[in-house]
Design a protein around this ligand. Structure first.
Ligand SMILES: Cc1cc2nc3c(=O)[nH]c(=O)nc-3n(C[C@H](O)[C@H](O)[C@H](O)COP(=O)(O)OP(=O)(O)OC[C@H]3O[C@@H](n4cnc5c(N)ncnc54)[C@H](O)[C@@H]3O)c2cc1C
Length: 380
């Protein structure tokens, strides 16, 4: 019986993503990791399949599909290449959700079609050197000057910044008001005063560049304000709720792949006169891994289903991200253990999965931040 959360359309887009991941991403994933370069023509192929516009409304070139379609695609793509999922998650959540949620029709027309087509990239700039988990303490400032704003500050760890055409920048327009004085701006990366800091040499998910975004007296027009002045933080939090389900889906895919690799390896590897999987301690480890993955699936699919049915699901998105990230880190660690010394070799895909998964409990709200969100909802 098929999964009750999904219908035939979901299953068919999942199949399409699985096929693409097997045929196009699996053969290049190791090289992408090694060279820290993801071929843009492959990103374009994903755009042509509709993966970069899954959730973007059709009038702006997207497929206008639901959250569960996005989950299916993210899961399948993550099995073979974590870097590739960043193109999909960026296009469907962090770089476009702020515009889809609160942009004007003109802004949607201007920014969305290029992203959907894989021709333009938008980075999401919230984090700063002294404002990570406590994002509302950011100090980047936007000061009104006639019809323009002048931006000054530094964002850090910004995914895709070095290749982005624009960065969405959250800046204080009324510093006295804390989180209620933050505005969302679309900043053209070619403007005078915008630069990227040094390239971050990352542990995993290495095919997409990450750097600081430095803003020195950057003049932007008021047309670049996304949503209402001073209400940008709400926009950021809504965006992150969607993003968290995306990261959680990525975790499901990577964990599923790790289990498949562990099953295959322990069936084939003979020690003490029989395949490793015939030792009950190892079979039980596999059982634990599979159980954890399916528990995570339940949380992720449920959060996506609620969102598709118009139910506010911030807590569910946080529970999904928290549990799926921690479960996937544990599952992948165990899979590597079951590979023994081979798991520590770069020749084996599990080694890359082990590095790629680690950031999933850190970015888009660490596990502890998810616990803050979940308990905050319980205790209000
Ligand atoms: C590869 C990568 C890509 C990223 N991409 C982006 C991007 O595109 N855009 C963007 O804006 N940001 C991005 N980030 C930033 C990311 O979102 C932050 O790293 C994350 O939010 C954590 O902030 P921090 O690193 O400052 O850690 P800190 O906030 O300093 O936290 C350090 C540790 O303390 C814990 N902690 C903090 N506060 C509490 C508390 N109150 N209670 C208990 N524990 C707590 C945290 O969970 C964490 O374990 C990226 C980060 C990485 C590594």
């Amino acid at each position: 019986m098929s999964n009750p959360f999904f219908n035939e359309d979901h299953e068919s887009i999942r199949e399409m993503a699985r096929d693409f991941a097997n045929k196009t991403l699996a053969p290049i994933a190791a090289e992408v990791d090694k060279t820290e370069h993801f071929p843009l023509e492959v990103a374009k192929q994903m755009a042509d399949l509709g993966f970069l516009g899954l959730k973007i409304p059709e009038e702006y070139g997207g497929l206008g599909l639901d959250m569960r379609s996005y989950v299916c695609v993210m899961e399948e793509i993550a099995r073979k290449c974590a870097t590739a999922t960043l193109f999909i998650s960026s296009a469907n959540s962090l770089s476009t959700a702020p515009i889809v949620i609160s942009g004007t029709p003109e802004q949607k027309e201007k920014y969305l079609p290029g992203v959907v087509a894989g021709e333009e990239f938008i980075a999401f700039g919230l984090t700063e050197p002294n404002a990570g988990s406590d994002a509302a303490s950011l100090t980047t400032k936007a000061v009104k000057d006639g019809d323009d704003y002048i931006l000054n500050g530094r964002k850090c760890f910004i995914t895709m910044a070095p290749m982005a055409n624009y960065t969405i920048v959250y800046a204080k327009t009324d510093p006295e008001k804390g989180a209620k004085g933050i505005t969302c701006f679309m900043v053209d990366m070619s403007l005078p005063g915008v630069s990227c800091g040094k390239h971050e040499e990352k542990m995993g998910q290495r095919g997409v560049p990450v750097s600081d975004v430095v803003l020195e007296d950057v003049r932007v027009s008021k047309d670049c304000v996304i949503g209402e002045v001073d209400l940008g933080f709400i926009n950021a939090m809504k965006t992150l709720s969607v993003g968290r389900v995306g990261v959680a889906s990525m975790c499901l895919g990577m964990a599923a792949e790790a289990i498949e690799l562990a099953v295959e390896h322990t069936k084939n590897r003979v020690q003490f006169g029989k395949p490793l999987c015939k030792h009950q301690a190892i079979a039980f480890m596999l059982a634990d891994m599979e159980t954890k993955l399916n528990a995570a699936r339940g949380l992720v699919y449920n959060a996506a289903w609620l969102m598709d049915n118009g139910v506010k699901a911030d807590k569910e998105a946080s529970m999904a991200k928290y549990f799926a990230a921690e479960a996937a880190i544990d599952i992948i660690n165990k899979s590597l253990q079951l590979h023994g010394g081979y798991g520590y070799s770069r020749e084996y895909a599990i080694e890359r999965l082990y590095r790629d998964i680690r950031v999933c409990s850190i970015y888009e709200g660490s596990s502890q931040v998810q616990q803050i969100v979940i308990s905050g909802q319980m205790l209000k």
